[in-house]
Design a protein around this ligand. Structure first.
Ligand code: SAM
Length: 326
Protein backbone atom coordinates (compact mmCIF):
# COMPACT_ATOMS: atom_id res chain seq x y z
CA UNK A 1 0.00 0.00 0.00
CA UNK A 2 1.23 3.48 -0.83
CA UNK A 3 2.62 5.56 2.07
CA UNK A 4 0.65 8.73 2.88
CA UNK A 5 2.59 12.00 2.48
CA UNK A 6 4.93 12.47 5.45
CA UNK A 7 3.74 14.92 8.12
CA UNK A 8 6.31 17.35 9.64
CA UNK A 9 6.98 15.19 12.71
CA UNK A 10 7.28 12.06 10.63
CA UNK A 11 9.72 13.82 8.33
CA UNK A 12 11.91 14.73 11.30
CA UNK A 13 11.74 11.16 12.57
CA UNK A 14 12.87 9.86 9.16
CA UNK A 15 15.75 12.36 9.07
CA UNK A 16 17.04 11.26 12.48
CA UNK A 17 16.30 7.56 12.05
CA UNK A 18 19.89 6.80 11.06
CA UNK A 19 21.02 7.63 14.61
CA UNK A 20 18.72 4.96 16.08
CA UNK A 21 19.74 2.54 13.40
CA UNK A 22 23.45 3.21 13.91
CA UNK A 23 23.20 2.67 17.70
CA UNK A 24 21.56 -0.73 17.17
CA UNK A 25 24.02 -1.70 14.41
CA UNK A 26 26.97 -0.85 16.66
CA UNK A 27 25.38 -2.96 19.40
CA UNK A 28 25.17 -5.84 16.93
CA UNK A 29 28.68 -5.25 15.57
CA UNK A 30 30.23 -5.26 19.07
CA UNK A 31 27.92 -8.13 20.13
CA UNK A 32 26.85 -6.29 23.28
CA UNK A 33 23.65 -8.35 23.36
CA UNK A 34 25.64 -11.57 23.54
CA UNK A 35 27.88 -9.96 26.18
CA UNK A 36 24.90 -8.96 28.32
CA UNK A 37 23.95 -12.64 28.55
CA UNK A 38 21.73 -13.09 31.59
CA UNK A 39 22.44 -9.58 32.83
CA UNK A 40 25.60 -7.46 33.17
CA UNK A 41 26.85 -4.02 34.17
CA UNK A 42 28.18 -1.63 31.54
CA UNK A 43 31.70 -2.30 32.81
CA UNK A 44 31.30 -6.06 32.42
CA UNK A 45 29.90 -5.66 28.91
CA UNK A 46 32.75 -3.28 27.97
CA UNK A 47 35.31 -5.76 29.23
CA UNK A 48 33.71 -8.68 27.35
CA UNK A 49 33.56 -6.84 24.02
CA UNK A 50 36.90 -5.05 24.41
CA UNK A 51 35.47 -1.50 24.43
CA UNK A 52 35.65 1.62 26.59
CA UNK A 53 33.48 1.47 29.76
CA UNK A 54 32.17 5.05 29.63
CA UNK A 55 31.24 4.83 25.94
CA UNK A 56 29.72 1.37 26.37
CA UNK A 57 27.48 2.69 29.13
CA UNK A 58 26.34 5.53 26.84
CA UNK A 59 25.55 3.01 24.09
CA UNK A 60 23.70 0.66 26.47
CA UNK A 61 21.71 3.55 27.96
CA UNK A 62 20.64 4.60 24.47
CA UNK A 63 19.68 1.02 23.57
CA UNK A 64 17.64 0.82 26.79
CA UNK A 65 15.99 4.17 25.95
CA UNK A 66 15.03 2.70 22.58
CA UNK A 67 13.49 -0.29 24.39
CA UNK A 68 15.88 -2.76 22.75
CA UNK A 69 17.23 -3.85 26.17
CA UNK A 70 16.29 -3.07 29.80
CA UNK A 71 18.20 -1.50 32.68
CA UNK A 72 17.36 -2.44 36.28
CA UNK A 73 19.41 -1.14 39.22
CA UNK A 74 22.40 -0.49 36.97
CA UNK A 75 22.26 -3.97 35.41
CA UNK A 76 21.50 -4.30 31.69
CA UNK A 77 19.20 -7.15 30.62
CA UNK A 78 18.20 -8.56 27.25
CA UNK A 79 14.53 -8.53 26.37
CA UNK A 80 12.95 -11.60 24.81
CA UNK A 81 13.27 -9.93 21.41
CA UNK A 82 16.93 -8.88 21.78
CA UNK A 83 18.03 -12.29 23.03
CA UNK A 84 16.16 -14.07 20.20
CA UNK A 85 16.97 -11.68 17.36
CA UNK A 86 20.30 -10.06 18.17
CA UNK A 87 22.49 -12.88 19.44
CA UNK A 88 24.07 -16.06 18.03
CA UNK A 89 23.08 -17.12 14.48
CA UNK A 90 20.49 -14.35 14.22
CA UNK A 91 23.27 -11.82 14.87
CA UNK A 92 25.39 -13.33 12.08
CA UNK A 93 22.58 -12.68 9.58
CA UNK A 94 22.23 -9.09 10.85
CA UNK A 95 25.94 -8.49 10.32
CA UNK A 96 25.00 -8.25 6.65
CA UNK A 97 23.06 -5.06 7.47
CA UNK A 98 26.06 -3.78 9.44
CA UNK A 99 28.16 -4.34 6.30
CA UNK A 100 25.71 -2.30 4.19
CA UNK A 101 26.34 0.88 6.20
CA UNK A 102 29.56 2.06 4.45
CA UNK A 103 27.90 1.62 1.05
CA UNK A 104 24.82 3.60 2.04
CA UNK A 105 27.13 6.42 3.14
CA UNK A 106 28.07 6.79 -0.54
CA UNK A 107 24.46 7.28 -1.71
CA UNK A 108 24.92 10.95 -2.61
CA UNK A 109 27.97 10.15 -4.73
CA UNK A 110 26.14 7.21 -6.33
CA UNK A 111 23.17 9.39 -7.30
CA UNK A 112 25.62 11.83 -8.91
CA UNK A 113 27.56 9.09 -10.68
CA UNK A 114 24.56 6.90 -11.64
CA UNK A 115 26.11 3.71 -10.28
CA UNK A 116 27.83 2.25 -7.22
CA UNK A 117 31.06 4.10 -6.53
CA UNK A 118 32.60 1.41 -4.32
CA UNK A 119 31.41 -1.66 -6.10
CA UNK A 120 33.04 -5.05 -5.77
CA UNK A 121 31.58 -8.37 -6.92
CA UNK A 122 30.48 -10.73 -4.17
CA UNK A 123 33.28 -13.16 -5.08
CA UNK A 124 35.83 -10.43 -4.30
CA UNK A 125 34.51 -9.68 -0.80
CA UNK A 126 35.94 -11.23 2.34
CA UNK A 127 34.74 -14.48 3.89
CA UNK A 128 33.06 -12.63 6.79
CA UNK A 129 31.05 -10.56 4.33
CA UNK A 130 29.94 -13.63 2.34
CA UNK A 131 29.06 -15.72 5.43
CA UNK A 132 26.91 -12.88 6.83
CA UNK A 133 25.31 -12.19 3.44
CA UNK A 134 24.32 -15.81 2.85
CA UNK A 135 23.18 -16.17 6.50
CA UNK A 136 20.88 -13.16 5.94
CA UNK A 137 19.56 -14.66 2.69
CA UNK A 138 19.09 -18.04 4.40
CA UNK A 139 17.11 -16.51 7.21
CA UNK A 140 14.70 -14.86 4.74
CA UNK A 141 14.58 -17.95 2.56
CA UNK A 142 13.60 -20.26 5.44
CA UNK A 143 10.57 -18.04 6.03
CA UNK A 144 9.69 -17.61 2.35
CA UNK A 145 10.37 -21.12 1.02
CA UNK A 146 7.16 -22.83 2.27
CA UNK A 147 5.05 -20.00 0.78
CA UNK A 148 6.93 -20.16 -2.54
CA UNK A 149 6.83 -23.97 -2.84
CA UNK A 150 3.16 -23.98 -1.96
CA UNK A 151 2.37 -21.38 -4.57
CA UNK A 152 4.57 -22.79 -7.40
CA UNK A 153 4.00 -26.50 -6.67
CA UNK A 154 6.73 -29.14 -6.94
CA UNK A 155 4.62 -31.90 -8.52
CA UNK A 156 5.88 -33.07 -11.92
CA UNK A 157 9.24 -31.28 -11.55
CA UNK A 158 12.06 -33.78 -12.01
CA UNK A 159 14.94 -31.35 -12.55
CA UNK A 160 15.19 -27.78 -11.34
CA UNK A 161 17.92 -25.18 -11.76
CA UNK A 162 18.28 -22.64 -8.94
CA UNK A 163 20.26 -19.72 -10.40
CA UNK A 164 22.27 -17.92 -7.70
CA UNK A 165 20.70 -20.33 -5.23
CA UNK A 166 22.70 -19.05 -2.23
CA UNK A 167 22.26 -21.22 0.87
CA UNK A 168 20.14 -23.70 -1.08
CA UNK A 169 17.10 -23.17 1.14
CA UNK A 170 14.67 -23.02 -1.80
CA UNK A 171 16.10 -26.05 -3.63
CA UNK A 172 16.01 -27.97 -0.36
CA UNK A 173 12.37 -27.02 0.20
CA UNK A 174 11.40 -28.06 -3.36
CA UNK A 175 13.28 -31.36 -2.95
CA UNK A 176 11.54 -32.00 0.35
CA UNK A 177 8.16 -31.39 -1.31
CA UNK A 178 8.83 -33.88 -4.14
CA UNK A 179 11.01 -36.98 -3.57
CA UNK A 180 11.53 -37.34 -7.37
CA UNK A 181 13.00 -33.85 -7.72
CA UNK A 182 16.70 -33.20 -8.38
CA UNK A 183 18.04 -29.65 -8.06
CA UNK A 184 21.19 -27.93 -9.29
CA UNK A 185 22.27 -24.77 -7.50
CA UNK A 186 24.40 -22.50 -9.66
CA UNK A 187 26.48 -20.14 -7.53
CA UNK A 188 29.94 -18.71 -6.98
CA UNK A 189 32.91 -20.70 -5.60
CA UNK A 190 32.79 -18.75 -2.31
CA UNK A 191 29.12 -19.66 -1.74
CA UNK A 192 28.82 -23.26 -2.96
CA UNK A 193 30.49 -24.71 0.22
CA UNK A 194 27.92 -22.89 2.39
CA UNK A 195 25.07 -24.40 0.35
CA UNK A 196 26.70 -27.83 0.63
CA UNK A 197 26.65 -27.51 4.43
CA UNK A 198 22.91 -26.80 4.42
CA UNK A 199 22.20 -29.57 1.88
CA UNK A 200 24.13 -32.11 3.98
CA UNK A 201 22.31 -30.99 7.12
CA UNK A 202 19.00 -31.61 5.32
CA UNK A 203 20.23 -35.09 4.25
CA UNK A 204 19.73 -34.22 0.56
CA UNK A 205 23.27 -34.48 -0.84
CA UNK A 206 22.06 -37.20 -3.25
CA UNK A 207 19.46 -34.98 -4.94
CA UNK A 208 20.53 -31.37 -4.44
CA UNK A 209 23.91 -30.48 -5.98
CA UNK A 210 25.92 -27.31 -6.34
CA UNK A 211 27.41 -26.19 -9.64
CA UNK A 212 30.12 -23.56 -9.38
CA UNK A 213 29.74 -21.00 -12.14
CA UNK A 214 29.00 -17.46 -13.18
CA UNK A 215 25.39 -16.72 -14.02
CA UNK A 216 26.47 -13.80 -16.21
CA UNK A 217 28.97 -15.69 -18.36
CA UNK A 218 28.08 -19.40 -18.30
CA UNK A 219 25.39 -21.33 -20.15
CA UNK A 220 22.88 -23.01 -17.89
CA UNK A 221 22.72 -26.46 -19.54
CA UNK A 222 19.49 -28.19 -20.65
CA UNK A 223 16.72 -30.56 -19.58
CA UNK A 224 15.16 -28.60 -16.71
CA UNK A 225 11.45 -28.51 -15.83
CA UNK A 226 11.82 -25.48 -13.57
CA UNK A 227 14.27 -22.58 -13.53
CA UNK A 228 14.05 -20.68 -10.24
CA UNK A 229 15.57 -17.21 -9.94
CA UNK A 230 15.17 -15.72 -6.48
CA UNK A 231 16.59 -12.32 -5.47
CA UNK A 232 18.88 -12.20 -8.52
CA UNK A 233 17.22 -9.92 -11.10
CA UNK A 234 17.60 -6.89 -8.80
CA UNK A 235 21.39 -7.13 -8.87
CA UNK A 236 21.50 -7.02 -12.70
CA UNK A 237 20.75 -4.38 -15.31
CA UNK A 238 17.87 -4.83 -17.82
CA UNK A 239 20.09 -6.20 -20.63
CA UNK A 240 21.75 -8.67 -18.26
CA UNK A 241 18.31 -9.83 -17.11
CA UNK A 242 17.15 -10.41 -20.68
CA UNK A 243 20.33 -12.39 -21.29
CA UNK A 244 19.72 -14.50 -18.15
CA UNK A 245 16.13 -15.17 -19.22
CA UNK A 246 17.26 -16.20 -22.74
CA UNK A 247 19.69 -18.72 -21.25
CA UNK A 248 16.97 -19.93 -18.87
CA UNK A 249 14.59 -20.43 -21.80
CA UNK A 250 17.25 -22.53 -23.57
CA UNK A 251 17.79 -24.61 -20.40
CA UNK A 252 14.10 -25.54 -20.04
CA UNK A 253 12.25 -28.52 -21.51
CA UNK A 254 9.14 -27.69 -23.55
CA UNK A 255 6.37 -27.02 -21.04
CA UNK A 256 8.93 -26.07 -18.36
CA UNK A 257 8.42 -23.07 -16.11
CA UNK A 258 10.46 -20.08 -15.06
CA UNK A 259 9.77 -18.63 -11.62
CA UNK A 260 11.27 -15.30 -10.55
CA UNK A 261 10.98 -14.11 -6.97
CA UNK A 262 11.82 -10.48 -6.17
CA UNK A 263 10.58 -7.15 -4.86
CA UNK A 264 8.22 -6.10 -7.67
CA UNK A 265 7.36 -2.44 -8.10
CA UNK A 266 4.00 -1.07 -9.15
CA UNK A 267 3.71 0.75 -12.47
CA UNK A 268 4.93 4.19 -11.33
CA UNK A 269 7.66 2.64 -9.15
CA UNK A 270 6.75 4.47 -5.90
CA UNK A 271 5.26 1.43 -4.16
CA UNK A 272 5.67 -0.85 -2.33
CA UNK A 273 7.99 1.21 -0.13
CA UNK A 274 10.32 -1.74 0.55
CA UNK A 275 10.88 -2.24 -3.20
CA UNK A 276 11.50 1.48 -3.86
CA UNK A 277 14.04 1.68 -0.99
CA UNK A 278 15.63 -1.60 -2.07
CA UNK A 279 16.34 -0.04 -5.48
CA UNK A 280 18.70 2.34 -3.63
CA UNK A 281 20.33 -0.61 -1.89
CA UNK A 282 21.14 -1.91 -5.37
CA UNK A 283 22.27 1.53 -6.57
CA UNK A 284 24.89 1.73 -3.79
CA UNK A 285 25.94 -1.92 -4.09
CA UNK A 286 25.89 -2.88 -7.76
CA UNK A 287 26.87 -1.56 -11.15
CA UNK A 288 23.46 -1.77 -12.86
CA UNK A 289 21.00 -3.29 -10.35
CA UNK A 290 17.60 -1.92 -9.29
CA UNK A 291 14.09 -2.99 -8.34
CA UNK A 292 11.88 -3.59 -11.39
CA UNK A 293 8.18 -3.33 -12.16
CA UNK A 294 5.72 -6.01 -13.25
CA UNK A 295 5.63 -4.36 -16.70
CA UNK A 296 9.41 -4.66 -17.06
CA UNK A 297 9.44 -8.34 -16.04
CA UNK A 298 6.51 -9.06 -18.38
CA UNK A 299 8.29 -7.38 -21.28
CA UNK A 300 11.56 -9.30 -20.68
CA UNK A 301 9.77 -12.65 -20.29
CA UNK A 302 7.64 -12.19 -23.38
CA UNK A 303 10.49 -11.05 -25.56
CA UNK A 304 12.63 -14.03 -24.57
CA UNK A 305 9.84 -16.36 -25.70
CA UNK A 306 7.90 -17.23 -22.54
CA UNK A 307 4.12 -17.63 -22.63
CA UNK A 308 1.49 -17.65 -19.87
CA UNK A 309 3.40 -14.79 -18.19
CA UNK A 310 1.81 -13.56 -14.98
CA UNK A 311 2.52 -12.18 -11.55
CA UNK A 312 1.64 -14.17 -8.46
CA UNK A 313 1.19 -12.01 -5.39
CA UNK A 314 2.57 -13.63 -2.23
CA UNK A 315 1.94 -12.60 1.36
CA UNK A 316 5.01 -10.64 2.54
CA UNK A 317 7.51 -8.39 0.77
CA UNK A 318 8.28 -10.35 -2.42
CA UNK A 319 6.14 -11.59 -5.31
CA UNK A 320 6.61 -14.03 -8.17
CA UNK A 321 6.72 -13.58 -11.93
CA UNK A 322 6.13 -16.84 -13.78
CA UNK A 323 6.18 -17.95 -17.40
CA UNK A 324 6.17 -21.16 -19.41
CA UNK A 325 8.16 -22.42 -22.40
CA UNK A 326 5.22 -23.35 -24.60
C1 SAM B 1 20.57 -12.12 -2.98
S1 SAM B 1 21.33 -13.68 -3.03
C2 SAM B 1 19.96 -14.73 -3.34
C3 SAM B 1 20.18 -16.16 -2.87
C4 SAM B 1 18.97 -17.08 -3.06
N1 SAM B 1 18.57 -17.17 -4.44
C5 SAM B 1 17.82 -16.62 -2.18
O1 SAM B 1 16.84 -16.10 -2.70
O2 SAM B 1 17.95 -16.81 -0.96
C6 SAM B 1 22.21 -13.62 -4.58
C7 SAM B 1 22.96 -14.89 -4.89
O3 SAM B 1 23.53 -14.77 -6.20
C8 SAM B 1 24.84 -15.26 -6.16
N2 SAM B 1 25.62 -14.62 -7.23
C9 SAM B 1 25.99 -13.32 -7.31
N3 SAM B 1 26.68 -13.12 -8.45
C10 SAM B 1 26.75 -14.32 -9.09
C11 SAM B 1 27.34 -14.75 -10.31
N4 SAM B 1 27.97 -13.89 -11.10
N5 SAM B 1 27.20 -16.05 -10.66
C12 SAM B 1 26.54 -16.92 -9.85
N6 SAM B 1 25.95 -16.57 -8.69
C13 SAM B 1 26.07 -15.28 -8.31
C14 SAM B 1 25.32 -14.89 -4.78
O4 SAM B 1 26.45 -15.64 -4.39
C15 SAM B 1 24.10 -15.16 -3.94
O5 SAM B 1 24.04 -16.49 -3.51
Amino acid sequence: MRQPAAAAQELNDYIRAFQYSRAILTGIELDVFGAIGNGASAEEVAQRVGADARATEMLLNALAALGIIEKRNGVFLNTEVSSQQLTGEARLALMHTVHLWPRWSTLTECVRAGTAVRHEEIGERGEDWTEAFIAAMHRNALERAPVVVDSVGAAGVRRMLDIGGGSGAYSIAFAQANPELHADILDLPSVAPIAERHIARAGLSGRVKTRVGDLRRDDYGAGYDLVFISAICHMLGPEENVDMLKKSFAALNAGGRIVIQDFILEKDKTAPLIAAIFALNMLVGTERGSSYSEDEYTDWLQKTGFGEVRKIRLPGPTDLMVGRKL
